[in-house]
Design a protein around this ligand. Structure first.
Ligand SMILES: NC(=O)c1ccc[n+]([C@@H]2O[C@H](COP(=O)([O-])OP(=O)(O)OC[C@H]3O[C@@H](n4cnc5c(N)ncnc54)[C@H](OP(=O)(O)O)[C@@H]3O)[C@@H](O)[C@H]2O)c1
Length: 256
């Protein structure tokens, strides 16, 4: 079992995929450290897990705050023991169109989706190296495979994450530490709540079950569902004008 007799830390555990992962890991017998910003949602997660007999510790932190995230992970580790499995899942998405050129928004997305994962890894990797075992998992996205109009910063953050995890993976394999980039397609969570109808969309619990099943193999990359993964890979070969037409990009972006 992916979660049996181990300490798993999940960032972004207050909602969506992270919450579903935390619940499923606890159900499988893992001691779960749950980190996010919204204390009330973490408290309701803890209540659900504990009432089902599971073990969970929560800590509030913004993953973009390196010191706060490190302290939060230390707090849960003091109770649960050192982290065997890190699932760095916290992430955000927002429109970053060319016309607006909203640099603070681009910086925020990169801080949360990319640096937030780096900071989480920083908190657990020394312990994993000392013990000669562990599994680092970043929740990336199929959006890592292709830069898309209006989502340039989100796609860039996930592409950066995949490249970073790949580099770590090759370096850490000799040290007993596995590294996995998980690239989901659409999952029915707050992050995509305002999207038009999405193909092959999954519920968070189904996505979490697939992720945890796949993690047992410690794959380099787990991209799913396969239909959406194939679509995104094919998108790489499409001419830009076809993609632009498909997502309704105007020939000359205007600010107003
Ligand atoms: N849903 C999809 O279709 C989809 C597809 C591919 C990849 N993903 C990825 O899956 C991950 C989870 O997203 P989701 O779909 O489950 O969306 P979600 O329901 O909005 O969950 C996002 C989680 O990340 C946390 N978070 C966001 N910013 C944070 C910050 N600065 N510090 C700490 N925690 C933060 C949120 O908690 P707080 O607000 O309480 O901090 C929340 O628990 C993300 O990395 C996302 O990019 C989602």
């Amino acid at each position: 079992m992916a979660g049996a007799d181990l300490t798993a830390v999940v960032t972004g555990a207050s909602s969506g995929i992270g919450r579903a992962l935390a619940v499923a890991l606890a159900r499988q017998g893992a001691r779960v450290g749950a980190v996010a910003r919204r204390a009330d949602l973490l408290a309701s997660l803890a209540e659900e897990v504990r009432s089902a007999g599971g073990t969970v510790e929560t800590a509030v932190a913004d993953v973009a705050d390196r010191a706060a995230l490190g302290a939060a992970i230390q707090t849960v580790e003091r109770v649960l023991g050192p982290t065997d499995l890190l699932i760095a899942n916290a992430g955000m998405s927002d429109h970053t169109g060319a016309a607006e050129m909203n640099v603070p928004k681009v910086e925020e997305i990169l801080r949360v989706n990319f640096l937030g994962v780096v900071y989480a890894i920083e908190a657990v990797l020394p312990g994993m190296l000392a013990r000669g075992r562990g599994h680092l998992v970043g929740i990336s996205s199929l959006a890592a495979f292709k830069g898309l109009p209006g989502a340039a910063a989100y796609c860039a953050s996930k592409a950066a994450l995949n490249g970073y995890l790949e580099g770590l993976r090759i370096e850490l394999r000799a040290h007993g530490v596995a590294v996995t980039a998980v690239c989901p397609g659409f999952v029915n969570t707050a992050i995509v709540a305002n999207n038009p109808p999405m193909p092959f969309i999954m519920e968070p619990a189904a996505a979490a079950a697939r992720i945890l099943r796949a993690l047992r193999r410690r794959p380099a990359v787990y991209a799913f569902p396969w239909q959406m993964s194939l679509l995104m890979k094919l998108t790489r070969w499409l001419p830009d004008r076809v993609i632009a037409r498909r997502v309704g990009v105007k020939r000359r972006p205007t600010a107003g």
